[in-house]
Ligand binder design. Structure first.
Ligand SMILES: Nc1nc2c(ncn2[C@@H]2O[C@H](COP(=O)(O)OP(=O)(O)OP(=O)(O)O)[C@@H](O)[C@H]2O)c(=O)[nH]1
Ligand SMILES: [Mg+2]
Length: 303
């Protein structure tokens, strides 16, 4: 299945509610106020957020008000505008020239951090890079073992805590020191899931960042916020809080193969300038793809 088909399958439910709205709209043929209102509802239903939906409908009104228009033309108009808005977010995750490059993965519980680390590890390894993982989730039972499974799959080593419940910052510090000594190219640091309203856990994240800087003051070279694409509008407040607490440099949006809420990316892009480096489109190691604005917009509009 192509990546395009995958996203399309995942977005099917958003697409279905959109389609319903669009089909209803089509019975109007002429783009009048009522038709625009129906469209606005369909966009909001597809989780695109009120602001982004209003903006899209306004653009359509300006160009096509009281004109004859087909459903397909509306789809294409919207897809083109959405792709245009998202284009600026299409940016690869660049590791820069630091050696090792330190990559910190953060996000709420279950977002897909550890899985994305496994996928990235394999990608970098296949590019010929020397990759080390740091098991910085010392909090959740089984988290270290889960990362160890990914390290086996990707065939890269992992630095684990020496004892249960060890301070995560110290595990990550040790990994960076080890990577410096052994000339690793990349260290990817796992962290525990933390809800954005848990101030204690957000403070722990700040500590992790301080300790990373003790090992290398230019690190982390990327702080990647992993967002669960199935969470709809929740990803907006996550992006806002994590951006403040941990100077997020970019995003990975996971589970776009299995969501009816993929429209939330449109809402997010309206609010945040953060690049979307990758999207997760499945649970296997190769299911991490660069974000492509056009493919995403077309899948969302079922074109
Ligand atoms: N379908 C699908 N499932 C995914 C994707 N990414 C992760 N998952 C699944 O989501 C679940 C949680 O993934 P984890 O990688 O453990 O998430 P995490 O953020 O590390 O979770 P915590 O460590 O508990 O905070 C797992 O069952 C993964 O297989 C994706 O792109 N698509
Ligand atoms: Mg994890």
């Amino acid at each position: 299945m192509s990546i395009f088909q995958r996203i399309k399958q995942g977005l099917k439910k958003s697409t279905d509610s959109l389609s319903q709205g669009l089909t209803e709209l089509f019975t109007h043929k002429r783009l009048d106020d009522e038709a625009l209102e129906t469209l606005e509802e369909a966009l909001i239903q597809a989780d695109m957020g009120v602001e982004a939906s209003l903006a899209l409908v306004e653009q359509l009104r300006q160009e096509k008000f009281e004109k004859e228009i087909t459903e397909q033309e509306i789809r294409e108009f919207l897809a083109q505008r959405i792709a245009q808005n998202l284009k600026a977010h299409e940016k690869p995750l660049e590791l820069g020239t630091a050696s090792p490059a330190v990559l910190l993965m953060i996000g709420v519980n279950g977002a897909g951090k550890t899985t994305s680390i496994g996928k990235l590890a394999q990608k970098y390894k296949q590019e010929g890079k020397k990759v080390l993982l740091a098991a910085g989730d010392t909090f959740r039972a089984g988290a270290v073992e889960q990362l160890a499974v990914w390290s086996d799959r990707a065939d890269v080593p992992v630095i684990k805590p020496e004892k249960e419940g060890q301070d995560p910052a110290s595990v990550i510090f040790k990994a960076i020191e080890h990577a410096k000594a052994e000339n690793y190219d990349v260290v990817i640091c796992d962290t525990a899931g933390r809800l954005q309203n848990r101030q204690d856990l957000m403070a722990q994240l700040e500590k992790i960042l301080r300790v990373i800087k003790k090992a290398d003051e230019t690190a982390p070279h990327a702080s990647v916020l992993v967002l669960d694409g199935t969470s709809g509008q929740n990803i907006l407040s996550q992006a806002e809080t994590f951006a403040k607490a941990a100077s997020v440099t970019g995003l990975i949006i996971t589970k776009l193969d299995s969501t009816a809420k993929g429209g939330a990316i449109v809402a997010l892009a309206e609010k945040q300038k953060l690049p979307i480096h990758y999207i997760g489109v499945g649970e296997s190691i190769e299911d991490l793809k660069p974000f492509e604005a056009n493919a995403y917009a077309q899948a969302l509009l079922d074109i």
